[in-house]
Design a protein around this ligand. Structure first.
Ligand SMILES: O=C(O)CCC(=O)C(=O)O
Ligand SMILES: [Fe+2]
Length: 501
C-alpha cells in the first residue's frame, strides 16, 4: 500500500506570510503544470508524421523509460504547499492510486486565503473541489456546478500549488521558476541580437560577443541576487538559533531530534541527522563498550585538570566558555595486538571516519583521545560545567587548511541525569546522550575541500545533576608521523615554515 500523505500544518493566515520571495515571484506568472506523461505523448504525436519508423520507436522507448521512471519514483517524498487564492472554499482530496478512492486531506475544507502544507510523494495526484457558498448554497461554476481540478506532485523541490480564481491551478516549483527565468533572460538577449542582426550595423562576431556578454551579465546578476538571499536567510537562521540555544539546552523534555535516515555500520544502528556534502552529523549507537570507557577513565584519573581553550597566540587559557575537566589519553599502538582497550577504541574511531569520508585517515600524527568530564552541582548552579557553542575546526565555508581538524567523534560513557545534551543549534539537531553511543560529525566537503559553514557548530549543554563523561577524538587531515598535529598552526601552516616567513 503506498504511503499516504500527511498534513503538517494548517494555517488561516494570509498567504503572503507563508511564502518565500521566490514563490511570491511565481504567483505573478500563470503557468499551468502539465503532468509529464501528457507532454511526452504530445511530443511523440507532433513528431510522428515527420519521423522515420526507427526514430519513432526510439522516441517511444525513451518516453516509456521516462514514464517507468515516474512510476517507480512514487515513494520519493516531497512536501508541498497548497494555497487557496480562489476566493472560494475548497476541499483537497488525495486520489488513492490503486483504488481511485478519494481521501480528504483538508480538515475539512480550506478557507479562502488559507494555506496548508502536505507531506506527499512524487506521482501522487490530488483533487481540488470547490464547495458551495455558505449563504448561497451553490457553486460558481457553469450552471452553478462545483468546479474540480487535479494536480500531481512532481519530483521538483519547493512545490507550491496555488488555487487561483475559477479554481484554476497554478503549480510552481523551484526548477520551473529557474527554467522560466533562464528562458526570459535568453529571450531578451536574443531579441537584442536579432535587432542588431536586422540593422546590419555589426558583424556576426560582434553580435555573438554581445549575446554572450548579455547572457553572462544576466546570469551573474541572478547568482548575485540568489547569494544575497542565501546570506540574508542564513543570518536570520543563525540569529534565531543563537536565541534558541538557551531554551533548547534548558528543555529537559526535549528528546533527540528525529533522524532523517537510519542505517547500519558493523552491526550498530546509525541515525543520520544531517547529510550534506560539507556537514554530516550521525549518532552511532553502542559505539563503545563499558570496559573501553573504564580504561579511558582510569587513564584520565591521575592527569585530569581544568579544561582550557586556545588563547589565540599559541597558548591556552581557562575560560567560562569551556567549563569541564579534561585529560589527553595517549594510545599505545604497540599494545593493540595484545587487545589494548584504548587502542581498540581508537581503531574503531578511524574505521568509522574512513567509512564516511574518502581520506583513508591513519592514526599517525593525530591528536590524543580526550577525556572530558562535566560535574553537575545542582539545578541552581549559575556557572555550571558546559561547553559553549563552538566549531571544532573551521566552519566558515572557506577552503580547508592542511593539518587542521575536519571531523569529530564524541563518545558518551557516563550520562548526567539533568542537562548535558550535545546541541547543534544551526542545524536544529539536539542529541540527548545515551550511554555508549557516539555523535560523529564532519565539517569538510571531500570533493570541493571547502569547510562547513556553521551547520556543525555545537555545544555541550550545561550539566546540572549527575556527571557527564565523554571521550572525544578530533580528527585531522594532512598529518602523519613527520607532520604531527602540533606542527601546524590554525592557518594550516607548519610552524617550521611559518618561522621562515
Ligand atoms: O560535551 C559535548 O557534548 C560536546 C563536546 C565537544 O564539543 C567536543 O568535545 O568538542
Ligand atoms: Fe566540540
Amino acid at each position: 500500500m503506498p504511503p499516504s500523505p500527511s498534513i503538517v500544518q494548517v494555517s488561516t493566515s494570509p498567504p503572503q506570510t507563508r511564502i518565500s520571495p521566490t514563490t511570491q515571484l511565481s504567483t505573478k506568472r500563470s503557468h499551468h503544470h502539465t503532468p509529464y506523461h501528457t507532454s511526452c505523448l504530445g511530443t511523440l504525436k507532433q513528431r510522428k508524421n515527420k519521423m522515420q519508423p526507427t526514430a519513432v520507436f526510439r522516441l517511444f522507448l525513451a518516453t516509456t523509460t521516462a514514464l517507468l521512471g515516474i512510476a517507480f519514483s512514487t515513494s520519493v517524498e516531497r512536501s508541498i504547499q497548497i494555497m487557496n487564492e480562489s476566493g472560494r472554499r475548497v476541499e483537497v482530496h488525495w486520489i488513492h492510486p490503486q483504488t481511485g478512492e478519494m481521501l480528504l486531506q483538508s480538515t475539512p475544507d480550506v478557507l479562502a486565503g488559507a494555506s496548508f502544507a502536505l507531506n506527499s510523494y512524487v506521482g501522487h495526484t490530488f483533487e481540488v473541489r470547490e464547495l458551495p457558498g455558505k449563504k448561497t448554497g451553490v457553486c460558481e461554476g457553469e450552471s452553478q456546478q462545483c468546479r474540480i481540478e487535479q494536480f500531481t506532485v512532481n519530483s521538483n523541490s519547493d512545490q507550491v500549488i496555488i488555487i487561483k480564481e475559477g479554481i484554476k491551478i497554478d503549480h510552481t516549483d523551484s526548477k520551473s521558476i529557474a527554467a522560466a527565468s533562464a528562458s526570459n533572460l535568453l529571450q531578451s538577449c536574443k531579441d537584442t541580437a536579432t535587432q542588431r542582426l536586422a540593422s546590419n550595423v555589426d558583424n556576426a562576431e560582434a553580435i555573438l560577443d554581445n549575446l554572450a556578454d548579455c547572457v553572462k551579465s544576466g546570469i551573474a546578476k541572478e547568482i548575485e541576487k540568489a547569494n544575497e538571499e542565501i546570506t540574508f536567510q542564513a543570518g536570520v537562521r543563525k540569529n534565531m538559533a543563537g536565541l534558541l540555544e538557551n531554551y533548547t539546552c534548558a528543555d529537559e523534555g526535549l528528546n533527540t531530534t528525529e533522524p532523517r535516515e537510519t542505517t547500519r555500520w558493523e552491526n550498530r544502528r546509525v541515525d543520520v541527522m544531517i547529510d550534506r556534502p560539507a556537514s554530516k552529523i550521525h549518532v552511532v549507537h553502542d559505539f563503545l563498550t563499558e570496559d573501553e570507557c573504564k580504561a579511558v577513565e582510569e587513564a584520565a584519573a591521575p592527569i585530569l585538570h581544568d579544561a582550557t581553550v586556545a588563547d589565540g597566540s599559541g597558548g591556552s587559557v581557562l575560560s567560562e566558555s569551556r567549563k569541564a575537566k579534561q585529560a589527553g589519553i595517549k594510545v599505545h599502538w604497540d599494545k593493540e595486538a595484545d587487545g589494548d582497550l584504548i587502542a581498540r577504541l581508537s581503531r574503531r574511531v578511524y574505521n568509522y571516519v574512513n567509512h564516511v569520508l574518502p581520506f583513508d585517515i591513519q592514526h599517525n600524527g593525530q591528536e590524543d583521545l580526550m577525556s572530558i568530564q562535566y560535574f553537575g552541582r545542582g539545578p541552581d548552579d549559575d556557572k555550571p560545567d558546559r561547553y559553549m557553542p563552538h566549531c571544532d575546526g573551521d566552519c566558515n565555508g572557506l577552503d580547508f587548511k592542511p593539518g587542521n581538524r575536519m571531523a569529530t567523534m564524541v563518545m558518551y560513557c557516563d550520562i548526567p541525569t539533568v542537562g548535558g545534551a550535545t546541541n547543534f543549534r544551526n542545524s536544529g539537531v539536539h542529541v540527548k546522550p545515551t550511554k555508549y553511543a557516539a555523535t560523529f560529525f564532519s565539517y569538510i566537503d571531500p570533493v570541493t575541500m571547502k569547510m562547513d559553514d556553521g551547520f556543525t557548530e555545537h555545544s555541550g549543554c550545561p550539566v546540572l545533576v549527575g556527571e557527564k563523561k565523554i571521550v572525544t577524538q578530533w580528527v585531522r587531515l594532512g598529518v602523519d608521523d613527520e607532520n604531527p598535529w602540533n606542527s601546524f598552526n590554525t592557518l594550516g601552516i607548519k610552524y617550521s615554515d611559518a618561522a621562515n616567513q
